[in-house]
Design a protein around this ligand. Structure first.
Ligand SMILES: Cc1cc2nc3c(=O)[nH]c(=O)nc-3n(C[C@H](O)[C@H](O)[C@H](O)COP(=O)(O)OP(=O)(O)OC[C@H]3O[C@@H](n4cnc5c(N)ncnc54)[C@H](O)[C@@H]3O)c2cc1C
Length: 501
């Protein structure tokens, strides 16, 4: 067992890049852009409150230069929070929440602030409670692969730490250099490894959370099997900071794959993408760890906005397949048989395979940096939906036709292997006319196909009013009852996830 190691690897270059990319323009205050949202009947922070916070967490109360904490990663939401609190321990979180609950001061939990639905920043003047300083590894059981850590550990830092023990983390996403594991759990982040390791509902063995009242809920089990009563941790996974502040997490970490290969393929139509997926499931089976796609419009973003080069020629669609396993020659053999089959049957037009880490990383960056590349256009209208594969790309085509030249571009990419499409539209700046043309049309389209309006990003602030497109009235009523039980004063992340509270 390894105890209490502080993770100080900040993966700063990734974070800095995001900040530089998106710090060019001033963002309109959320309360102005969305005039329909009214401030709740919450207390206003006064000097006496600041003095109390200073007593609870000396030297870790910020009241100046809060722009970074008030603005979301996409630069689409901006709050007016006057204070940021940076606790280091569960006890400190508990004391802060107890005080805020008594004074009816609204709070917003914040991890790496990479969320894409406006959930991680204030809507009005909610107090930001940041997990930045809660970055200790608590224990690692090398035999079972069970890691227990504080919620503020940066995902990439955990990955680096685990690799020393030949282990890996079951969740991986483009924001890994900045996002926190607590944020990942709070959003039930999906990412590129979901195909292999399943969702966090399976990988999280336990967690600890603090309720609005300050009460600590200890569900920090490290057991694989535990059928004693309701599995409460599941309620916190994906609750987006509305039920409690997650302070620690216990994770089941798989063995690090010893051999990884990436194939990048070009094909003529989306039907071909599906053909490749079908064949890869059949021929690669258990060694396939990711299956991603992007369209030619995405490649233009990679080339023009990110100055990345395609490793193959120009095609209407591209597929990225990753294989990983414990026996390199076995996996490579399977991959080459698969590639031979898809090229000889003309499903694939061209392709390249990378086995060297730098080349693998380069190919992955074409796919993973698209979100960053889109910000160069100005404003990004971002949608993350689940759809049946039969109608998957139809939504991109429908939106392209509907929007015409009202937008700069409409691009589709994402986790085809999980039925998860990332649909993005851009324009030089935010336009309410464009927004009205997109919503609710897009959500009606998804609902007609029995899809989900949020596959992995959550509802946050921006999508909460559309929850009924994916959930029944009775389900939402139960969710509201749960919210009232966990947070009777509604101080935790108000205006998010559930409508009309
Ligand atoms: C380039 C890029 C790529 C991305 N790729 C993916 C992807 O592939 N898959 C995916 O699912 N997401 C993706 N995202 C979205 C985002 O990274 C994830 O939602 C991530 O899990 C958020 O983690 P965070 O620490 O940044 O949380 P934040 O953005 O800080 O917060 C997100 C939400 O969780 C709440 N929260 C944060 N920490 C806690 C806590 N400790 N306790 C309770 N609530 C908390 C916040 O209040 C907020 O509602 C991507 C984002 C970017 C910028």
């Amino acid at each position: 067992m390894v105890f209490l190691k502080q993770l100080c690897i900040s993966s700063g270059s990734v974070l800095r890049r995001y900040i530089q990319t998106s710090s060019r323009r001033q963002v309109e205050l959320t309360s102005i852009r969305y005039p329909g949202v009214k401030r709740g009947n919450y207390g206003v922070v006064v000097d006496n409150d600041i003095a109390t916070f200073e007593r609870l967490i000396p030297g870790r109360v910020l009241t100046d230069s809060l722009e970074g904490y008030n603005t979301d990663w996409l630069k689409t939401c901006r709050g007016a929070s006057q204070v940021v609190l940076r606790p280091k321990s569960t006890e400190e979180v508990s004391a802060i929440l107890k005080y805020c609950n008594e004074k009816k001061l609204a709070v917003v939990p914040q991890g790496g602030n990479t969320g894409l639905v406006g959930g991680s920043v204030a809507v009005f003047d909610e107090i930001v409670i940041s997990t930045q300083l809660m970055n200790n590894i608590i224990s690692l059981d090398e035999i079972s692969g069970t890691l227990v850590c504080q919620a503020g550990c940066v995902l990439a830092s955990i990955e680096d730490y685990l690799s020393e023990y030949k282990l890996t983390i079951p969740v991986d996403l483009g924001a890994k250099g900045s996002c926190h594991i607590g944020g990942n759990v709070a959003t039930n982040a999906g990412g590129v490894r979901l195909l292999r390791y399943g969702s966090l509902h399976g990988s999280v063995l336990g967690l600890e959370a603090v309720l609005a009242s300050g009460e600590v809920v200890d569900c920090l089990s490290t057991l694989r099997k535990d059928n004693t009563g309701y599995d409460l941790k599941q309620l916190f996974i994906g609750s987006e900071g509305t039920l409690g502040l997650i302070t620690a997490v216990s994770l089941n970490c798989p063995q690090k794959p010893q051999a990884v290969s990436v194939a990048f393929l070009g094909c003529e139509s989306f039907q071909r993408v599906l053909d490749i997926f079908k064949e890869s499931r059949h021929k690669l089976g258990e060694v396939m760890s990711a299956f991603e796609f992007m369209d030619s419009h995405s490649m233009v973003v990679a080339k023009e906005n990110l100055k990345l080069k395609s490793p193959i020629g120009d095609f209407p669609f591209y597929v990225l397949i990753e294989t990983s396993g414990s026996n390199g020659s076995h996996d490579e053999e399977k991959l080459s048989q698969f590639l031979e089959h898809v090229t000889s049957s003309e499903i694939v037009q061209d392709g390249t395979v990378a086995t060297e880490p730098t080349k693998i990383q380069y190919i992955w960056s074409i796919r993973e940096r698209l979100a960053e590349g889109l910000l160069h256009d100005g404003y990004c209208y971002k949608y993350d939906v689940s759809l049946p594969l039969s109608s998957f790309y139809g939504l991109v085509e429908a939106m392209r036709e509907r929007m015409g030249n009202m937008v700069t571009r409409v691009i589709g990419y994402g986790h085809v292997g999980d039925g998860n499409l990332h649909l993005n539209l851009t324009s030089p700046e935010y336009s309410s006319e464009v927004m009205k043309k997109i919503e609710p049309f897009i959500y009606d389209w998804v609902a007609d196909q029995k899809g989900s309006i949020s596959a992995e990003h959550g509802l946050g602030f921006k999508k909460k009013d559309f929850i009924y497109h994916s959930k029944s009235k009775s389900a939402v009523r139960l969710m509201k009852d749960i919210k009232r039980t966990f947070d009777p004063n509604m101080i935790l992340n108000p205006y998010k996830v559930l409508p009309d509270l």
